[in-house]
Design a protein around this ligand. Structure first.
Ligand SMILES: NC(=O)C1=CN([C@@H]2O[C@H](COP(=O)(O)OP(=O)(O)OC[C@H]3O[C@@H](n4cnc5c(N)ncnc54)[C@H](OP(=O)(O)O)[C@@H]3O)[C@@H](O)[C@H]2O)C=CC1
Ligand SMILES: CC(=O)[C@](C)(O)C(=O)O
Ligand SMILES: [Mg+2]
Ligand SMILES: [Mg+2]
Length: 414
């Protein structure tokens, strides 16, 4: 009953928004809120006490499919509030990989004082200079950046966080805040040996997406969702700081978690559906098509190109549901719907034991130890590159290169 109401409300909301030519997200939500479950209805009442443009400023408890969760939004932290809140702080971004670069540039663009700390003359040092960080002014060796910073954002690779901890730990003095983008180092302390000093706040903001996307979405005025967590709260302000920093680095909305839950879910997700799982599934489907005499062009189009260019974006926009013509299921033929409905439970049953095994391997620290061993090697970059080059060399991805070059909007060398 209530799911029918939600679906109807959602349909109405999207139609109304389309008619008014506005983005569906916020209007859809508030219309949904009026018609849906009691929890959301009460949120709606509370919000309606504010004028429309202020409605997102209240504390928000949202109903996620029947479970209520507190969330924080960017709109709660306008740039002026961010700048005021962190006016006495220097954010020291330690590490300048995918995530360090995205978070540092976003925080800088939000008007906060940011410096970068990486080892001198490494790949990151050069990249930071290319992005406009100035040696001696905003770019320093790691120890100097930590000494100058008040909020120490440890975004070295997870293996490097462990390897460098003996030198870094004594520099994290009372009054500083220690910030991570992953629960890895502190949760698996038996393996990493990372035990933060007792007299500093230890917090986490973990963007649920690549650091490259953290940057590109921010530049488009959008935002990636992140989780926040507190490991140690000495000042009583740890959570508030995490929320503010989460917004500063470019998050859209933030949800609360713990360091443990973050690291378990993150290691699990990236090994599963987000990366390892999808890579394996794409390849398995492609290979069976090829074995049955299909051309590379056909096998790639039927596996990866159609997924990324047509069907997966529909899931991203509207979910798996089925009411509007644009929804993934509704946009496909009745033939496809019948077959997919039949095969989904078969894939689910086949995959479930693999996911169970994976979760266990994450939780018991096996995945952490493997990562520390591999990424702790002196040759980790070359070793990774070698394996990744082998993937590039697989027929599926070589075929994909040609398919992408044939997109009408592809940039071609004239
Ligand atoms: N990538 C992502 O999108 C996401 C990452 N995270 C988390 O964010 C953190 C950073 O990840 P990510 O941005 O991917 O960075 P990487 O894992 O790619 O690490 C890159 C940084 O680590 C430095 N580094 C590596 N080894 C050493 C060492 N021995 N001594 C000193 N510095 C070293 C590199 O410097 P140099 O160039 O000098 O080698 C570089 O600045 C991790 O905790 C990760 O789990 C969280 C969410 C998403
Ligand atoms: C991008 C992200 O969130 C990952 C996949 O977990 C990671 O890069 O570690
Ligand atoms: Mg992740
Ligand atoms: Mg990860």
């Amino acid at each position: 009953m209530s799911s029918t109401i939600i679906r109807n409300a959602s349909r109405q909301a999207v139609r109304a928004a389309k008619a008014a030519q506005v983005p569906t997200s916020t209007r859809g939500l508030s219309m949904l809120a009026r018609a849906a479950s009691p929890a959301v209805a009460s949120l709606s009442k509370q919000r309606n006490a504010y004028p429309l443009h202020m409605q997102s400023r209240g504390v928000k408890t949202m109903d996620f499919a029947g479970t209520k969760e507190v969330i924080y939004e960017r709109s709660d932290w306008p740039t002026e509030k961010l700048q005021e809140y962190f006016k006495n702080d220097t954010l020291a971004m330690i590490g300048y990989g995918s995530q360090g670069h995205g978070q540092a540039l976003n925080a800088r663009d939000n008007g906060l004082k940011v410096i970068v700390g990486v080892r001198k003359d490494g790949a990151s040092w050069k990249e930071a200079i290319e992005d406009g960080w100035v040696p001696g002014e905003t770019l320093f060796p790691i120890d100097e950046a930590i000494n100058r910073g008040t909020i120490i954002m440890n975004l070295l690779s997870d293996a490097a966080q462990s390897a460098t901890w003996p030198e870094i730990a004594p520099l994290i003095t009372k009054g500083k805040t220690l910030y991570f983008a992953h629960g890895f180092s502190v949760v698996f302390k038996d393996d990493t040996k990372v035990v933060p000093p007792k007299d500093v706040d230890v917090i986490l903001v973990a963007p649920k997406g690549s650091g490259r996307t953290v940057r590109t979405l921010f530049k488009e005025g959008r935002g990636i969702n992140s989780s926040i967590a507190v490991w140690q709260d000495v000042t009583g302000k740890a959570k508030e700081k995490a929320v503010g920093l989460g917004v500063a680095v470019g998050s859209g909305y933030l949800y609360e978690t713990t360091f443990e839950k973050e690291v378990y879910s993150d290691l699990y997700g990236e090994r599963g559906v987000l990366m390892g799982g999808i890579q394996g599934m794409f390849r398995a489907q492609y290979e069976v098509l090829r074995k049955n005499g299909h051309s590379p062009s056909e096998a790639f189009n039927e596996t990866v190109e159609e997924a990324t260019q047509s069907l997966f974006p529909l899931i991203g926009q509207y979910g798996m549901d089925y009411n509007l013509k644009d929804y993934m299921y509704a946009a496909c033929s009745t033939t496809a719907r019948r077959g997919a409905l039949d095969w989904a439970p078969i894939f689910e049953a086949a995959n479930k034991p693999v996911f169970e095994k994976l979760y266990e391997s994450v939780k018991n620290g096996t995945e952490t130890r493997k990562s520390l061993e591999f990424n702790g090697r002196k040759t980790y970059r070359q070793d990774l590159e070698k394996e990744l080059a082998e993937i590039n060399d697989q027929e599926i991805w070589r075929a994909g290169k040609t398919v992408r070059a044939l997109r009408p909007d592809a940039k071609r060398d004239e």
